[in-house]
Design a binder for this molecule. Structure first.
Ligand SMILES: [Fe+2]
Ligand SMILES: [Fe+2]
Length: 310
C-alpha cells in the first residue's frame, strides 16, 4: 500500500467517525417515539415483498403478506448483525495497537450493530403484539454466527459488504411515496440506513486491507467459502419461506389449498432471495469491488452459483 492510499484510507475512517457522530440515533427517542404498529398499514414496500407477484391474494391478504415478511425482515437482520458485529470486533484487533482512528471507527460500528440488534428485537416484539399468534423464526443467531465465523475472513467480509449495501437499496425502496406503508416501518429503514452507510465504507476498507494480505490460493479458497455462505443464507431463506407460508395459510382467514400454498411459498422464497441475496449481489458497487479482487474464472464460479437462485 503506498503513502497516498494510506492517507486516503485514513481520511475515510475519520469521515466515518464524523458521520457516525452526526447521524447517531436512539431507538426510543428517534425511531419508535411511543408509536405502535397498525395492521392497516403495509410493513415492507411492494418492491421488496414482490406484492404484485402474489396473484391469488386479495389486497388485504397482500398487506398481511407484507407484515409477515416485515417481521421476518427484523429477524433476518437481527441474525446477520450478530455475525457482522463479531467479525468487526475481530478485525478491530489489527488496530488495537496502531491506528486509533480506524479502531474508533470500528468500535462505533460494533456499538451501532449492537443497537440495531436491540432495535430489531423490539420490532419483532412489537409486531408480535399486533399479528396473530403462531409465527416462527427458527434460525438461531448464535448458531448461524458460529458457522459463518468458521469460514475465511475474506468470505465473511464479502458477505458483510453485500448485506450492508443492500440495506441502502432497501431504504431507497421504502421512500417510495406509498401512503399505505407504515410510517414506523419507514423510519426503521431510514434510521438503519443512516448508520449502515458508514458501515459499507468500513467493510470495504477492511476487506481491501485484508485482501492485500492473502495469497492467490487463499483467495481462491475464500471464493468457495463465499459461495458456501450464500448457499447457507439461502438454506435459512428456504426454511423461513416454508414457515411463513404455513403461518399465512393458518391466519389469512380462508382455506389455502396445497397448490396455492406451493405457489405462495415459491413467491415468498423469490422475494427473500431478492431481499437478502440478489439485491446485494447485483448491487453495482458490490460488483465493482468484488470484480477488482477476483479473476474472471472466480467471477464465473460466483455467477454460476447465483444463477441457481434465480
Ligand atoms: Fe445494522
Ligand atoms: Fe451495519
Amino acid at each position: 500500500m503506498n503513502a497516498i492510499t494510506r492517507l486516503h484510507d485514513a481520511n475515510r475512517y475519520a469521515r466515518c467517525i464524523d458521520m457516525s457522530k452526526r447521524v447517531r440515533w436512539d431507538i426510543d427517542k428517534d425511531v419508535i417515539r411511543g408509536r405502535r404498529f397498525d395492521t392497516a398499514h403495509k410493513f415492507l414496500p411492494d418492491g421488496l415483498s414482490l406484492a404484485d407477484q402474489f396473484t391469488t391474494l386479495s389486497a388485504d391478504e397482500k398487506r398481511l403478506m407484507s407484515q409477515i415478511q416485515g417481521r421476518t425482515y427484523a429477524n433476518v437482520f437481527g441474525l446477520a448483525e450478530r455475525f457482522i458485529n463479531a467479525k468487526v470486533l475481530e478485525m478491530s484487533r489489527d488496530h488495537w495497537v496502531g491506528d486509533q482512528v480506524a479502531l474508533e471507527a470500528l468500535v462505533r460500528f460494533s456499538d451501532e450493530e449492537l443497537k440495531h440488534q436491540a432495535l430489531f428485537r423490539r420490532i419483532e416484539t412489537m409486531v408480535g403484539e399486533v399479528l396473530p399468534a403462531g409465527y416462527r423464526f427458527d434460525a438461531d443467531p448464535d448458531a448461524v454466527a458460529r458457522s459463518v465465523l468458521g469460514k475465511s475472513t475474506w468470505a465473511v467480509l464479502a458477505l458483510t459488504l453485500h448485506i450492508e449495501l443492500f440495506t441502502q437499496l432497501h431504504y431507497r425502496q421504502s421512500i417510495d411515496p406509498d401512503g399505505a406503508l407504515s410510517a414506523l416501518f419507514k423510519d426503521v429503514f431510514l434510521f438503519h440506513w443512516k448508520e449502515e452507510s458508514q458501515h459499507a465504507i468500513l467493510d470495504e476498507l477492511e476487506w481491501l486491507r485484508h485482501d492485500a494480505e492473502v495469497t492467490a490460493e487463499q483467495r481462491d479458497h475464500a471464493v468457495d467459502d463465499f459461495i458456501a455462505l450464500v448457499g447457507a443464507v439461502d438454506g435459512i431463506l428456504q426454511s423461513q419461506a416454508t414457515a411463513d407460508t404455513g403461518y399465512f395459510s393458518a391466519t389469512c382467514g380462508r382455506t389455502v389449498d396445497a397448490a396455492e400454498a406451493r405457489a405462495i411459498e415459491a413467491t415468498i422464497l423469490k422475494a427473500y432471495r431478492w431481499q437478502y441475496i440478489l439485491s446485494g449481489a447485483e448491487h453495482p458497487h458490490f460488483v465493482k469491488v468484488l470484480g477488482g479482487l477476483i479473476t474472471e474464472q472466480q467471477g464465473r464460479r460466483i455467477q454460476t452459483a447465483l444463477a441457481t437462485l434465480q
